[in-house]
Design a protein around this ligand. Structure first.
Ligand SMILES: Nc1ncnc2c1ncn2[C@@H]1O[C@H](COP(=O)(O)OP(=O)(O)O)[C@@H](O)[C@H]1O
Ligand SMILES: Cc1ncsc1CCOP(=O)(O)O
Ligand SMILES: [Mg+2]
Length: 267
């Protein structure tokens, strides 16, 4: 029998003790991200009002913040939640959706970065721009390759003391020193909206399981997504049928399946 690997161990622990994950995500992602977390075995709560986001962050196992459909009031809720998470020692994950597109988004992300995210997860164009590089991103979609974002990811990780995940054909994760590449998934994934946002929420769920090991937790979340994506693609005819097949594959995934199919290369 094959030895259990960390992704499998973390998935088992998540299923045994479902973490409460506080997600401040966008209008597009709310439904699919909540379903992704439920299928994986976590307990999602989409709570963004500025009146309660700080209070809620303090009781959740982890927080995720995504600026996809931002407003001033939501930003105040995000800042209160990030502050509460930091003060209560909870991990939090930042998804800087299309932050390069407008001044408002750029300023919002600058403020959120000052609050010390535990993990930053974005596509290649977002990570390149976040490190000050020239990105070719178009709205929420990446037009750059993961390989082009690797140095930016390392720089960001070192500057902010965070784990940084760049997703795409082959995902890349770094904490500034260690790196990992995760293969798998499907070209159908970027054709379904808000799957990246959902992955950010799943990273939150895994960091709640291992708050002291965000690099390992992030790799486990990405490996889980990659294996479920590959399984779903083998059954789907296109993006429409991929979506439900992905939720089914995620729910059917267990530690032995994950250990057998995950393709993680560490360096
Ligand atoms: N061409 C691809 N082949 C395989 N997996 C992909 C591909 N493009 C994206 N993914 C996967 O889709 C998920 C979302 O990533 P991505 O599309 O980069 O995020 P975003 O939706 O934020 O732009 C990740 O799990 C990533 O590995
Ligand atoms: C289409 C869209 N518009 C604003 S947020 C959003 C969803 C983006 O989702 P993802 O980053 O996962 O592709
Ligand atoms: Mg995205």
């Amino acid at each position: 029998m094959q030895d259990q690997t960390l992704p499998g161990i973390l998935l088992s622990e998540l299923r045994a003790q479902p973490p409460l994950v506080h997600c401040i995500t966008n209008f597009v992602a709310m439904n699919i991200a909540a379903n992704v977390l439920l299928a994986a075995g976590a307990s999602p709560a989409m709570v963004h009002a500025e009146e309660e986001a700080g209070e809620f962050a303090a009781i959740a196992g982890a927080l995720t913040i995504n600026i996809g459909t931002l407003s001033s009031s939501w930003l105040r809720g995000m800042e209160a939640a990030a502050l509460a998470a930091s003060q209560s020692g909870k991990p939090w994950v930042l998804d800087p959706v299309a932050h390069y597109a407008t001044l408002f988004r750029r300023a919002a992300v600058d403020r959120l970065l000052e609050l010390g995210p535990t993990v930053i997860r974005g596509n290649a164009s977002e990570i390149i721009a976040l490190a000050g590089g020239e990105s070719r991103g178009q709205g929420v979609d990446s037009r750059d390759e993961v390989e082009q974002a690797e140095e930016s990811a390392r720089l960001l990780a070192r500057t902010h003391g965070a784990t940084v995940a760049v997703t795409g054909v082959v995902d890349f994760v770094t904490d500034g020193e260690r790196t990992a590449r995760i293969e798998g998934g499907s070209p159908l994934m970027p054709q379904v909206t808000a799957l990246g946002c959902s992955l950010t929420c799943l990273v939150g769920a895994f960091t709640a399981i291992r708050p002291a090991a965000p690099f390992e937790a992030t790799v486990a979340a990405l490996a889980t997504f990659a294996v479920a994506g590959e399984m779903a693609a083998s059954r789907a005819d296109g993006p429409g049928s991929f979506s439900p097949a992905f939720l089914d594959a995620l729910a059917a995934l267990d530690a032995p399946l994950l250990d057998r199919h995950a393709r993680v290369r560490s360096a």
